[in-house]
Design a protein around this ligand. Structure first.
Ligand SMILES: O=P(O)(O)OC[C@H]1O[C@H](OP(=O)(O)OP(=O)(O)O)[C@H](O)[C@@H]1O
Ligand SMILES: Nc1nc2[nH]cnc2c(=O)[nH]1
Length: 182
């Protein structure tokens, strides 16, 4: 069995099962639509790759890079657009794929800037949500897991740009142990 560090907040097996369900639901909801699946990088890269392959529809893929956390584990409060989409979204059905909705600031910012481009629909799918931490309340249409108010890493999520490659999700307070073992 693979070595694990502490007790994961979400295990690989739980991820796999939930992403399969989300893929099925999205495939039903977007049947016959002009879906553009937009990954919000960097954090969403792992979830995006798994979710995209669980969706059985002809769809476009695209990515947008935004950042607000910098080196720490607290939002700067300001979302910066680092790199924009490459596809036209006007008249199309856009589904944003996030790793986490925490304060809600990133998701709200994206809804604001992308609505101006007149997609036919614009919704959000997030692997993780921390409902207790919201500063603003963007509508979130698909949620993989609601988690408690703790900073988490792994499965795409970083601390100081590391630990994104962990195949499961752990709390940041287990990172000292991770550093010794990785
Ligand atoms: O709801 P919020 O409080 O806005 O937090 C959510 C955002 O925070 C993280 O991005 P980050 O700025 O850390 O960049 P990254 O995706 O490159 O890790 C994460 O990927 C979300 O996009
Ligand atoms: N890595 C990581 N990034 C975040 N961005 C917003 N919340 C979190 C979190 O809990 N962990």
């Amino acid at each position: 069995m693979e070595r694990m560090f502490g007790r994961p907040v979400v295990t690989q097996e739980q991820m796999r099962a939930r992403i399969k369900e989300l893929g099925k639901q999205i495939s039903e909801d977007y049947a016959g639509k002009d879906l553009v699946l937009v990954g919000v990088l960097k954090g969403a890269y792992a979830f995006y790759a798994d979710l995209a392959r669980a969706i059985r529809l002809p769809m476009r893929v695209d990515f947008i890079v935004v950042r607000s956390y910098g080196a720490g584990s607290k939002t700067s409060g300001k979302v910066k657009l680092v790199s924009d989409l490459t596809e036209e979204i006007k008249g199309r059905d856009v589904l944003l794929v996030e790793d986490i909705v925490d304060s809600g600031l990133t998701a709200s910012y994206l809804l604001k800037i992308l609505t101006k481009r007149k997609p036919r629909s614009l919704r959000i799918c997030t692997l993780l949500s921390k409902p207790d931490r919201r500063q603003v309340h963007p509508p979130v249409d698909y949620v993989g897991f609601n988690i408690p108010n703790q900073y988490v890493v792994g499965y795409g999520l970083d601390y100081q740009q590391k630990y994104r490659n962990l195949p499961y999700l752990v709390a940041l307070d287990q990172v000292a142990e991770l550093d010794q073992e990785l």
